[in-house]
Design a binder for this molecule. Structure first.
Ligand code: 5CA
Length: 445
């Protein structure tokens, strides 16, 4: 993409309404524009990152054996009356009536709709296990939408639902989700710690939240510092293996890590004092096993091997896709702007032409642009007739991990400059070497 032809409405001024750094940078970098309280338009740069995150989530869900689909945003109130949640949900639910006076709602989540699909089409235990998911916009009429995409009213969520014959199978689905979530967050350059979000024993209500540590997080969390040493890395897990998934669950959840809702001072005291930590965290996902709650209320049953009708065991699992942009920026920035992890960056590398209009510099930039594109990478070429300082400030703000700077002086010596956004370290090298280095880095992502 050539910046002169792109739509990147960068703001010069500090947006007064933005209280936290991610919101401020998303507005300044021209990624989002507020359309109404807690509702945003995704401008091209923001949309690109949103799609990258969505793509990682899709890939990891499919890898875990889960099946993508798409359910609508608008739902009929009748299904929610069946589950009993229509009245329970309260003012967070946006209620709408159509021209015939039928009660509709903008879905805050999809347990009812998916259970209805299940009961209409699945009758036998032979069709289980089954896990379906979608990535769709949700609406929750939050009392205090704030911090930009972090707590929106309209937000994008990946929500998945598992249907299993037995509790054991459903707990395997739970563990499988835990593994796939750990992988997904790490691919986005994030450490998200699974924390016990509810005190119930396994078999009752059982749930973990995934938290990214950040000063601006809305949740207060308590944990054993050893949990921050754990990484999933690039290990291969057989998602069908009960032992393998259980092993990961134990590795990542056996140490103390809880949100304030479930915090237990007495248990926390057992953690060695020098490892006790309290901090703030951003909740980027949650997994849940709820047994037969919806299947019993809505008649989602299958026949088992004894020809007996039994309600299925279910769980639901959510990732805050749009919130993740905020969380990633909170965890990856400096005072000049965003620093995108390579896995989610909107463009792979920026090209800055220090002297637009100089034949040699223009030709060198053009050649770089073509070669990088030919490798399947996306460069963002700042080909505007702007002064160098302004171009650097824009590149720093939008946070591309790598920048190639091209100027007449370097070209005389056959070199360009390759700069790492995170470390600030610049190296001079031949254009071909810069391309090779950047290509090598992305080949590993
Ligand atoms: N049905 C379950 C799992 S699919 C569910 O709705 N879980 S949830 O309420 O925890 O939402 C899943 C994730 O969506 C949360 O972990 C959070 O990351 C994100 N989320 C929830 N509310 C908002 C909001 N108002 N703005 C942005 N993201 C949100």
């Amino acid at each position: 993409m050539r910046l002169s032809r792109y739509f990147l409405p960068v703001l010069k001024e500090e947006p007064a309404e933005a209280k936290i750094v991610s919101h401020r940078y998303m507005l300044r970098a021209g990624m989002i524009k507020q359309a109404a309280a807690g509702i945003y338009s995704w401008l091209p740069l923001g949309f690109k990152v949103l799609k990258k995150i969505e793509n990682i989530v899709h890939e990891e869900q499919v890898r875990a054996g889960h099946i993508p689909m798409l359910m609508p945003t608008l739902q009929s109130a009748d299904l929610w009356r069946e589950s009993g949640r229509y009245d329970d949900y309260g003012q967070e639910m946006l209620r709408i009536s159509d021209r015939h006076g039928r009660d509709m709602l903008y879905g805050p989540t999809n347990e009812e709709l998916i259970t209805d699909i299940f009961r209409s089409h699945v009758n036998s235990y032979k069709d289980l296990p089954l896990t379906l998911y979608h990535i769709q916009w949700k609406f929750r009429d939050e009392v205090r939408p704030r911090f930009g995409v972090m707590r929106g009213r309209e937000f994008l969520m990946k929500d998945g639902y598992n249907f299993d014959l037995t509790k054991e199978d459903a707990l395997h689905a739970y563990n499988r989700h835990l593994v796939s979530y750990l992988r997904s967050y790490e691919r986005m350059g994030l450490q998200a710690i699974p924390m016990r979000a509810d005190g119930g024993p396994i078999g009752g209500d059982y749930t973990h939240e995934f938290l990214v540590l950040a000063e601006t997080g809305e949740s207060e969390v308590f944990y054993d510092s050893e949990v921050t040493d754990l990484t999933f890395g690039d290990r291969e897990i057989d998602y069908d293996s009960v032992e393998a998934c259980q092993g990961v669950l134990e590795e990542f959840t056996s140490r103390y890590a809880r949100t304030d809702e479930t915090h237990d001072e007495a248990l926390f005291a057992d953690v060695p004092a020098d490892r006790q930590r309290s901090a703030r965290g951003i909740e980027v996902g949650q997994i849940f096993y709820f047994g037969t709650k919806y299947s019993e209320a809505m008649g989602a049953t299958v026949v088992d091997s004894n020809q007996k009708q039994v309600p299925v065991h279910m769980g639901s699992h959510g990732i805050g896709v749009s919130r993740l942009l905020g969380a990633i920026i909170e965890a990856n920035h400096d005072d000049k702007g965003i620093i995108w992890p390579e896995g989610v960056t909107p463009f792979h590398v920026g090209i800055v032409n220090l002297k637009q209009g100089d034949d040699e510099a223009d030709a060198a930039c053009e050649a770089l642009y073509q070669s990088i594109t030919a490798l399947g990478l996306e460069p963002l070429y700042d080909d505007r007739k702007e002064r160098a300082g302004g171009k650097f400030a824009t590149m720093d703000l939008i946070g591309l991990p790598w920048r190639i700077t091209v100027g007449p002086r370097g070209l005389k010596n056959g070199v360009v400059e390759l700069t790492n956004r995170r470390t600030g370290v610049s190296e001079e090298m031949a254009p071909e070497a810069a391309i090779e280095k950047v290509a090598g880095i992305y080949a590993k992502i």
